[in-house]
Design a binder for this molecule. Structure first.
Ligand code: PMV
Length: 362
């Protein structure tokens, strides 16, 4: 278990001038879902995701030495160029929790600017991209001030750990292509504390996979994922679910290494349905799918049966559909989605994305 607290990370008075760091970090879509946690944001089962490309957050931390002697984190936060008090309060609380890891945060006055590539109202969970971008910026500050974390894998591991403390799924966004979070005997070096990259073991078909995000509704969710995770504690299906996730990971991971699209699709869809079934079996139960979610699922399944093409879907904790398919059938799928699925999307909104190369420093 890594212990990143380090009281030595304080900058010498007078040695610090002002500066800034910027990171762009993508969202990710889980195939085996993380749903249920314990302790300090630790997962009840391992999860695996594809890292996206076009759906990202870009965050800049600008800093200058603090003039006063106050111990508070001094922070101004701008989202999409506008001051945002709600986000500022959340980020400040997060940074307060990390002062054991980065004590230098108390010595700075920070201005954080963040924006998403996708419309804020698209109903896409932005916590994975935003928390990973923030964590990468923080690790970069440590690297700048102290010359630590020069080794890229140490840098990413720490960023993944810190992203996890902001939002569990964010820890997987730190890596290109595919990441696994949570201990599993399947893959060496896995941990509940941070994600690990596994993209280099993947069959090439998956490295260029597409994910078209069909925006069924951009309304705020009626139940947050934080509340949803908590409800797993009283869910009678929780333990069988955690066991099932391990078995599914085993089968899915083999399929992803071998390029077995049919098994990939079958497990991925079952995971999406299981996630929503768990919500419906919670106490109190809740439904995040919308009528158009089901309509689109039915149409995808029918198109697959008719054409025999490997088009699959998954869902995250909301009504929107992620359509997953190999690059070889992109033209056909995009014609089908434009004709038959787009009318079921709010404001005709589709975000066409694909597997990406992970975060980048700007
Ligand atoms: O990271 P959180 O707490 O927003 O939870 C994410 C939960 C799912 O998106 C439903 C699944 C996952 O593994 O990303």
């Amino acid at each position: 278990m890594p212990d990143y607290s380090n009281p030595k990370l304080l900058v010498e008075r007078g040695s610090l001038s002002e500066g800034q760091v910027t990171w762009r970090s993508p969202s990710n879509i889980a195939l085996i879902k993380y749903w249920g946690k314990y302790g300090r944001q630790l997962p009840q089962n391992p999860s695996i995701s594809l890292t996206l490309d076009q759906a990202y957050t870009e965050t800049t931390i600008a800093y200058r030495p603090k003039t006063g002697t106050g111990q508070d984190i001094e922070l101004a936060f701008f989202f999409a160029d506008k001051p945002n008090d709600a986000f500022a309060a959340k980020v400040k609380a997060y940074l307060e929790r990390q002062v054991d890891v980065f004590p230098f945060l108390r010595q700075l006055t920070l201005t954080i600017r963040s924006h998403n590539s996708f419309p804020h109202s698209a109903g896409i969970a932005s916590s994975a991209s935003s928390m990973s971008a923030l964590a990468l910026c923080l690790c970069d500050l440590e690297r700048q001030f102290f010359g630590n974390l020069e080794d890229d894998s140490a840098f990413r591991q720490k960023a993944s750990y810190l992203a996890r403390l902001g939002s569990g799924s964010a820890c997987r966004s730190v890596y290109p292509v595919t990441a696994v979070w949570g201990e599993t005997v399947e893959i060496d070096g896995t941990s509940n504390e941070y994600a690990v990259p596994v993209g280099d073991q993947l069959h090439e078909d998956f490295r260029t996979f597409h994910d078209d995000i069909l925006i069924v509704s951009n309304r705020e969710k009626s139940v947050s994922s934080r509340a949803g995770h908590q409800l797993m504690d009283g869910n009678p299906y929780a333990n069988p679910r955690y066991q099932q996730a391990r078995q599914q990971l085993h089968r899915l991971w083999n399929a992803m290494k071998e390029g077995d699209l049919a098994t990939f699709g079958q497990i991925t869809e079952q995971e999406a349905m299981t996630l929503h079934a768990l919500m419906m079996a919670s106490h109190p139960p809740f439904i995040l799918m919308e009528p158009n979610t089901l309509e689109i699922i039915r149409r995808v399944q029918a198109w697959r049966t008719d054409t025999g093409q490997p088009l699959y879907f998954t869902l995250d904790a909301g009504p929107n559909i992620h359509l997953l398919y190999p690059h070889a059938i992109a033209d056909e799928v995009q014609d089908f989605t434009a004709d038959s699925l787009q009318p079921f999307c709010e404001n005709d909104q589709i975000i066409r994305d694909q597997v990406g190369q992970g975060p980048s420093k700007r």
